[in-house]
Each structure stands twice: as C-alpha cells, then as structure tokens.
Design a protein around this ligand. Structure first.
Ligand SMILES: *Cc1c(COP(=O)(O)O)cnc(C)c1O
Length: 451
C-alpha cells in the first residue's frame, strides 16, 4: 500500500495541508526511540502510554447558570417557538454560514425530516454510503425506501462518485452522501450527478460539525444537511440534531414536519395540519449546545493539528497510511482513521495490531463492518411492506448487488481508527501513539508468531 506513495506524493495528496507540511520534517525524539527499542507490552515489554485520555463528554460549571434558568422558567418544550432552541438555530446557521437551521430531537429525526420534505416516499430508492453509522440505513428504511449503496473509495472512506450513476434507476429520488468521521465527501462530483439526474442531495453531516469542503461548511453543500448532537459527538447534548439549508421554503417544510405538521412560514400545508411528527428539541438541550460553540471551534482546531501531526508521522512508517482528503477540504476527525497493510507487518492481523496498541495504552479499533451482511436489510426487504412496494426481481438484484461493493469491503477490512478524544490530548501524547505503532512495526514478526 505504501510503496507507491512517496513522501512528495503525500505532500500533494494529504490536503490536511499546511499543518501536515509543517510537521513533516520532524523526527522522533530520543525518549521515543528508546521506547521503540523495548519489547511490545503485549510481549511483556513496558507499556508506552500509562496516563489516561481525555474523557467525553465534558461538563463545565460555567454552563450551570443557563441550564438553571431553563429549569426554573418552566418553559421546557420548544413547541411555543423562541427561547434557547430558536437562539441555537440562529447560532448554528451563523456558524455554518447557512441561511437557516431547524433543531430536531436527533440526527436520525433530522435525516427522516430532510428526506421527507425532499420527496423521498414509499417505494423510492435512495443512494447512500454503506460505510456509515447504521442510522443512515435505518432512516431510509423508515421512509419505506430502499437504501442503495454506492461503493466506498478506500483512499478516502467516503462515497466514490464514479460508482453512483450505474445505481440510478427510475425510482431513485435522492443521494445521501455521508461525511463519515468528519471526512468531507467529494461534493462537487456528487452534486453534478444529482443535478444531471434531477435528484435531491441530503448530506449526512452527523459526524461533520464544522468540516469544510472548498471553503464551505459540510451540511451547506447539498439541498439540506443533517447533524447529530448525541452524547458521543463533538458537540453533545445527550440527544439532539439539526437540519441546515439555504432554501427558506424547504426549511419551512422541515419546521412544519418536525412540529406535528403545524403550518410554518411560507408552508401552510393543507391550511391547518400537514403530515408530520414530533421531532422537537428541548430548551435544555439547546442551552447545552449554545454553551459549547466556542469549545467546538477550539477543539476542532486542536484535533486538526494533532491529526496532521499523526498523519505526517504515520507516513514514515511502513504498512500504515493516512487517508487521502478531497482537494481544499478540512476534516474534523470524529475518528482518526488510517489504513493498515498486514503484509508489511509480517502478516500481523488487524485485530492483533489493535490488541497490541491497546496493550500500549492506546485504544484503537476497526470501525464499521460490512453491515449489509448483518441481516437488517434482509429483514426489511422480506417485510410485507417492502414486498408490496418493490417487484421481487428488484429486491433480488438489490440483495445480489452487495457483492459488488469491493471498495467498501476493503475499507472494512483494512481501516483502523482512534476515537476523537485522543486528538484532544497533548502533542507529547501523539508521540506515544506514533511510538507504539513504530514499536509494533519493529516487533511485528514476533507479534505475528505469538499464539
Ligand atoms: C450519530 C449519527 C447519526 C444519527 O444521529 P443520532 O443523533 O444518534 O440519531 C446518523 N448518521 C451518522 C453518520 C451518525 O454518526
């Protein structure tokens, strides 16, 4: 994997850009070199990282007065409009330079709302990425539409635009690209295909808060963008979500749909209620989110700097390779992911590599599996509703098409990731991560042999 990629090629392709460049010249420090000479912790050597890692989520006392204000007001639901939820919507739109925002109860309900208002209906098909959190599949299924998978580009982990057009049928209604791990998709190519075929684009930006593509924020690049503020995310409120967009009429429809179908702005529906649900955010959640805007901005920069440092360091180690980023894009690293080639580790399996990393005190894992083999989709297409909505031969061809996802299979087998909190640690702790990989590389033959 690594042999064909020279250092100069990395400089050209790793659009993490200037930060990555700045660190390329760095060499390991003497203490790190000494650690590499030691045996891996998994073989009885000394563990490299003995401290912990930043905990998530984080509570700050300075947020308490605002939360107490909501509590004491008795105004907890956002059904009446205004308040913290409206402030959050205005603030999030401003932060992203979007025309507007509708806050929701989760990323899941944001996706359902966005796809519904863009016309995704029972019996439709939606082209999306297989390499994502399962909610992306499930929201499409909730609308009784078929999630049709574009292939994943192993170099970027996102939807390969070249694999989209062959999957478009007369039932295709929308494309849902996923900026997975906060890695921006190649949106120009995706939008061009959508335009040509008159398809809607809903960005699943549920892991891409403040990620940028060609100077614009993810979530503002398609027709609508969806965010999640679930507890593990970079700006958490327990549960929560948002839809962003630039077309007032679409946003009014989202506002109506997520608020039991009540007429909103230019969208009056049938005069009184239109179809809709209750997907509202609460003021407590909005207050928590408003408190975290500055923190999100600061931590995003820190994650980027540490990720660029890791990428530059990993690039020097045989068998591990940083991801390629779209030109002029800035990811936000919900996971710091990289590619692993066991052949350059004497056949050391990816799982064993992870165990060796964990033994060094560095949590590391494999990311998403080939989830289309897990039974969820079989159950859906065997259901009475799907059997009624789709011809049997379409469902069979659909099921068979999973085998064609070769890029995605490769990604599921070769990618490694570390959770975002590691990127919030000190620079010296990034050196621990690199030292652990070097040590495992240096002792990979012994590790591969160990039962
Ligand atoms: C978290 C997430 C969702 C769903 O968001 P919830 O707020 O948990 O409902 C959807 N897609 C992706 C890629 C996610 O990471």
């Amino acid at each position: 994997m690594k042999s064909d990629l020279t250092r100069r090629a990395f400089v050209r392709t790793a659009a993490a850009g200037s930060a990555a460049l700045a660190w390329l010249g760095l060499r390991r420090t003497p203490t790190v070199a000494a650690a590499a000479a030691d045996k891996p912790a998994l073989l009885g050597g000394t563990r490299i990282h003995t401290g912990g890692w930043p905990r998530w989520p984080e509570w700050r006392e300075s947020w308490e007065p605002e939360i107490l204000r909501v509590l004491r007001s008795g105004r907890w639901s956002s059904s009446g409009g205004g308040g913290q939820v409206a402030d959050f919507e205005a603030g999030w739109a401003k932060l992203l330079a979007a025309r507007g925002c509708v806050a929701t109860s989760s990323g899941t309900t944001a996706l359902i709302t966005a796809m519904h208002v863009l016309g995704v209906d029972a019996g439709d098909e939606v082209i999306t990425s297989p390499f994502t959190f399962i909610a992306t599949y499930n929201t499409i299924l909730m609308l009784k539409a078929l999630p049709v998978f574009a292939d994943t580009d192993p170099a970027t982990l996102t939807m390969d635009p070249a694999s989209i057009e062959s999957r478009i049928t007369e039932r295709t209604r929308a494309i849902v690209p996923v900026h997975i791990y906060g890695l921006p998709c190649d949106m120009d190519a995706i939008n061009a295909i959508a335009k040509k075929h008159n398809l809607a684009v809903v960005e699943d930006a549920c892991q891409a808060w403040l990620a940028e593509y060609k100077g614009r924020k993810c979530g503002t690049l398609g027709d609508l963008g969806c965010f999640s503020f679930q507890n593990s995310k970079h700006i958490p409120s327990g549960e929560g979500g948002a839809i962003t967009g630039d077309r007032a009429e679409l946003l009014d429809r989202c506002q109506a749909f997520h608020n039991c179908g009540r007429a909103s702005g230019s969208f009056q529906g049938s005069g009184c209620f239109s179809r809709g649900s209750n997907f509202r955010m609460q003021h407590f959640q909005a207050s928590l989110l408003l408190s975290q805007f500055d923190k999100l901005v600061q931590e995003t920069e820190r994650r980027r700097e540490n990720a660029a440092y890791l990428s530059a360091g990993l690039q020097e180690i045989p068998g591990v390779q940083p991801l390629r980023l779209p030109e002029n894009s800035r990811p936000v690293w919900h996971l710091y992911a990289f590619r692993y080639d066991p052949e350059q580790f004497h056949g050391l399996s990816r799982d064993k590599f992870c165990r060796a990393m964990n033994a060094e005190g560095i949590p590391c894992g494999g990311g998403y599996r080939e989830q289309y083999h897990d039974g969820l989709l079989d159950e859906a297409i065997a259901s009475r509703g799907f059997q009624r909505l789709f011809p049997a031969e379409r469902l069979k061809a659909y099921r068979d098409s999973f085998r064609e996802l070769r890029g995605n299979r490769q990604v599921c087998e070769t990618t490694l990731g570390m959770f975002q909190t590691l990127l919030l640690a000190q620079r010296s702790e990034m050196d621990h991560i690199l030292a652990a990989v070097r040590k495992i590389q240096a002792h990979s033959a012994a590790l591969a042999k160990q039962a």
